[in-house]
Design a protein around this ligand. Structure first.
Ligand code: HEM
Length: 499
């Protein structure tokens, strides 16, 4: 009798559960996609970062996009066409990040990258001024001197010792060094101290978060805290917190010092309090932010700056090394627009249009952040070419930037080749405004896109003005991994020659 009552209750609870989710099932019937397994959805198929992106691409040929699938018990709208991407990025109901980002915030704190309104809105308003164009001009001396450290490294290791180099490792140190100085005001000397622990920790963190995202059975906190993945997370988080804690100790602003040197030359007024850490400090003094907020934002800002920018920079260099024709055209522009040696100014950077094209083409083919996930805070009305559909509140929306930016339907027959002129040149065919979104668009767009563009242009200009880089790697042999930022399974070696 007891068993009978228990089973009846379970059946009733199950029916109630299904009934509360009836709107998700309705939209799943309308925008048909793969269903996967009960309770874990497509988790198993999506679990492998190495096959995840090609797998999603294959699904997008099997089902009409956008389609509904399931991640764990979450209803998941998969999007990889510019028309839908535009609707999502422009919707005021889709500014919150997906459920999945809570794994990242539970690991490193709730900074801008992961937070939801109203916290996100308030913090974004307070932090925005730290990345405006005027303030970025103050960073040029630091960017120039870090680029020189990179050139020295390429020269000593690559030219004088004739070694083949894994340039990604060198770039990561340079970009993290620049990030520490320009956002936190601290010089770290990564290039000289040789410690890799911090880089491994950043890598480890993204891997842990992605593995958890793709393993729905680890979503419940009680199960996760008993897993091996959690133990791994605690280890890397310990290293990262130690590192950021060190950065937050009282500072002597390197930016102020460097900017003041430059000021003597340019007679321009430079505010030392303009960098991120000094601005957030003022917000703490005014009671607008707590120290915990500052720690969370510092964690995210450092990670967001260095992971993505070094990835984008690396792929640009690799693409140019694989395509000497475009490298030569880039060199011609640099010869024409820059002095033969010495520092690069903002005026120089503004002239470098071909440099911008080679960067954009690399970010198109190798989207540094391959997928972003948003959550529908309200019901939204979505237009597809076969009608209008109601996407219920709470639906997770995955925007597959990587596959969209490589799609032949969107970019034409040369979509999978590296060809800056064909896709970004003056005669390139017009394309949808949301077909190229490496920084996304709309309210939640990357706060550091100008910073990244400036740093990447400057470093590339300095490298290719004086050096030629080659590699035996081939574009279609590279195997990518769909992490939070794009990775390669193996990083090919490059050779460096002085021009
Ligand atoms: C090539 C380099 C970079 C790329 C490709 C990139 C890309 C992105 C993307 C795709 C997002 C997610 C936006 C969304 O969900 O709509 C994002 C957010 C963010 N990025 Fe970047 N980023 C880069 C460099 C930087 C730099 C240099 C900084 C800091 C100076 C930065 C700071 C941030 C922050 C704080 C967010 C969260 C913004 C928010 O949600 O309000 N990023 N970035």
């Amino acid at each position: 009798m007891l068993a009978y009552i228990l089973v009846s209750w379970l059946v009733l609870a199950w029916i109630y559960f299904l009934w509360t989710r009836r709107r998700y099932y309705k939209i799943a019937c309308q925008l048909k996609g793969p269903i996967g397994w009960p309770l874990i959805g497509m988790g198993l198929q999506m679990m492998n970062p190495e096959t995840f992106l090609p797998y999603m691409n294959e699904l997008s040929h099997r089902y009409k996009v956008p389609f509904i699938s399931w991640m764990g018990i979450n209803c998941f709208l998969y999007v990889n066409d510019p028309q839908t991407v535009e609707q999502i990025f422009n919707s005021t109901h889709c500014t919150n990040k997906g459920e999945f980002y809570r794994f990242m915030s539970s690991a490193i704190g709730d900074g801008l990258f992961t937070s939801s309104s109203p916290r996100w809105h308030k913090h974004r308003r307070l932090i925005n001024p730290a990345f405006g164009r005027q303030i970025l001009c103050n960073f040029l001396p630091i960017f120039n001197s870090e680029a020189d450290v990179l050139l020295d490294k390429l020269d000593v290791e690559g030219v004088q010792r004739g070694k083949s180099l894994e340039i990604y490792q060198i770039l990561k140190k340079i970009v993290l060094e620049a990030a520490c100085q320009t956002t936190m005001g601290k010089k770290m000397n990564f290039q000289h101290d040789g410690s890799m622990a911090i880089f491994e920790a950043y890598n480890g963190l993204t891997e842990v978060c992605v593995k958890r995202m793709l393993s729905p059975w680890l979503y419940p906190e009680v199960i996760y805290r008993r897993s091996r993945l959690f133990a791994q997370q605690q280890k890397v988080v310990g290293v990262l917190f130690g590192f950021v804690g060190q950065l937050l100790e009282p500072i002597v602003s390197v930016v102020a010092r460097e900017a003041n040197k430059e000021q003597m030359h340019q007679q321009s007024r430079v505010k030392s309090k303009s960098i991120f850490i000094e601005q957030v400090r003022e917000h703490v003094e005014r009671g607008q932010l707590s120290w915990q907020d500052v720690r969370d934002e510092a964690n995210v800002t450092i990670a967001a700056t260095f992971e993505t920018t070094s990835t984008a920079l690396y792929f640009t260099i690799l693409c140019l090394a694989m395509h000497p024709v475009y490298q030569e055209r880039l060199h011609e522009e640099l010869l024409a627009e820059l002095p033969p040696f010495g520092n690069i100014t903002m005026e120089h950077l503004d002239q470098l249009t071909y440099t911008e094209m080679v960067i954009n083409e690399a970010m198109r083919l190798f989207a540094p952040v391959p997928m972003v996930i948003r959550s529908a805070a309200q019901d939204i009305q979505l237009r597809r070419d076969d009608g209008e559909f109601l996407i219920p509140r709470g639906t997770q929306i995955g925007i597959d930037i990587y596959n969209m930016q490589r799609s032949e339907q969107v970019w034409g027959p040369m979509a999978r080749t590296y060809n800056p002129e064909a896709h970004f040149g003056p005669d390139a065919p017009p394309r949808h405004a949301f077909a190229f979104v490496p920084f996304t668009k709309g309210l939640r767009m990357c706060i550091g896109y100008r910073y990244a563009q400036m740093l990447m242009k400057l470093i590339l200009a300095k490298i290719f003005r004086s050096y030629r880089i080659t590699t035996a790697a081939k574009l279609d042999e590279l195997l990518v991994k769909g992490n939070i930022s794009l990775k390669l399974k193996d990083y090919p070696l490059c050779q460096v020659q002085r021009r």
